[in-house]
Ligand binder design. Structure first.
Ligand SMILES: *Cc1c(COP(=O)(O)O)cnc(C)c1O
Length: 419
């Protein structure tokens, strides 16, 4: 299908088609280790590029502000029903354009400006939309930070409870961008109940794992659940909000539209419906299980090569590598740059209590969702670990990077993108 699409685009616009062809080639010939990325199926890609892009459908099914929405109602209802089935809840809003938008709407649904929110800051593995000063969340709300236990680098529930008792937040947030361990949603809910707070689980990274039971579900514990649809869930770029509380559901609908968004991206909602359908298949559970097996195999391999993993390992799809024990001089920024030259795509990431600035960092975040989609298994993780170590061990030596680049290019031929 990719070739048909490129042939059509080439006719219409050679400049655009050249860039898109280059991007397809980049994805085809490199190893994608960014923990928040994945490769969607061609069906999802097509749905996202379909006739549904032509329509205004402000409002919700049955209550639109535009005519001609019969099939937009059908597709949005299908997406909502599948989301509810997938996560086992009563309500879903599938309109948020992205995860950050889902969080804005969720905050607005249950908080007033100035209310107190207890969350993990970005430098500890949280997300910027959970309270970063320059973000909407840090601008309009009173943010109290909890931090990871400095020794175990894991969640410290006793500390979270102490902070909740001291600050009486209206909302407690769990769910992270760079945390490799299981989240105890029941414990979080017990803490929230103790202080009369609401619990929001932002499962942007682990949504696929939660949907398939590979990570415990945030339901019935969380009052609100927000997520992206494009990370482990392997759908189009987008957001999703869910709840079991009818009152919160009503507020969420009002805050998504007209609160923070105008017309929904109906082509993306069509692709969400399709992706949720894929995620309901038994094969998606097998996929998610393999994602975790691969992450654990890669983690073990890297540990055997002298790297330190924050928290000592992983229970999910990602790991946070502390580069310093392997090479005290090595920064995440250098490693990211060198690895890209060699055909390995990943991102630098601060580690808990990182002495270096966020532009340098001492860590790398690695994830296996995209590689697993391409069919790599645990046995392949040794090779991936070896390539990572050769590049970083050589300090980005040009000849080593070029050699690894060619090896990876050859290797990738055996693992085509979804088709
Ligand atoms: C990725 C992520 C988001 C935001 O997603 P966008 O679609 O980039 O806005 C929100 N929360 C967490 C925890 C994330 O990891």
């Amino acid at each position: 299908m990719g070739d048909d699409l490129l042939a059509l685009l080439k006719q219409a616009d050679p400049d655009v088609s050249r860039i898109l062809a280059s991007e397809r080639d980049r994805q085809e010939t490199t190893l994608e280790l960014i923990a928040s990325e994945n490769h969607v199926s061609n069906a999802v890609m097509h749905a996202a590029g379909s006739w549904m892009t032509n329509k205004y459908a402000e409002g919700y099914p049955g209550k639109r502000y535009y005519g001609g929405c019969e099939f937009h109602d059908q597709i949005e209802n299908l997406a909502r029903d599948r989301a509810k089935k997938l996560f086992g809840c009563n309500f879903a809003n599938v309109q948020p354009h992205c995860g950050a938008n889902a969080n804005i709407a969720a905050f607005m649904a249950v908080l007033n400006p100035g209310d107190t929110v207890l969350s993990l800051p970005i430098k500890e593995g949280g997300h910027l939309s959970h309270g970063l000063k320059v973000n909407f969340s840090g601008t309009f709300y009173q943010i109290v930070d909890y931090v990871l236990d400095p020794k175990s680098e894991m969640l410290d529930y006793d500390q979270i409870e102490r902070l909740a008792l001291a600050h009486k937040p209206k909302l407690i947030i769990c769910g992270y961008s760079a945390y490799s361990r299981v989240i105890d949603f029941a414990r979080f809910r017990a803490i929230a109940d103790k202080v009369g707070a609401l619990l929001m689980a932002d499962i942007a990274h682990i949504a696929g794992l939660c949907a398939t039971g590979v990570h415990p579900s945030p339901f019935p514990h969380a009052h609100l659940v927000t997520t992206t649809t494009h990370k482990t869930l392997r759908g189009p770029r987008g957001g999703l909000i869910m709840t079991n509380d009818a009152d919160i559901a009503t507020k969420i609908d009002r805050k998504v539209f007209p609160g923070v968004q105008g017309g929904p991206l109906m082509h993306i909602i069509a692709a969400k419906a399709l992706a949720f359908g894929e995620a309901l298949q038994p094969s998606f559970k097998t996929y998610c299980q393999q994602v975790v097996k691969n992450a654990q195999a890669l983690a073990a391999d890297l540990q055997s090569r002298g790297y330190r993993l924050c928290s000592g390992g992983t229970d999910n799809h990602l790991m946070l590598l502390d580069l310093r024990p392997r090479d005290a001089e090595l920064t995440g920024a250098d490693a990211e740059k060198w690895l890209e030259t060699a055909g390995i795509i990943c991102n630098k990431n601060g580690i808990p209590n990182d002495p270096r600035s966020p532009v340098l960092t001492s860590g790398l975040r690695l994830g296996t969702p995209a590689l697993t989609t391409r069919g790599l298994g645990e046995g392949d993780m040794k090779r991936v670990g070896e390539w990572l170590d050769r590049v970083m061990g050589s300090k980005g030596d040009a000849a080593v990077c070029a050699k690894v680049r060619e090896e990876i290019r050859g290797f990738c031929k055996g693992y085509p993108l979804p088709h």
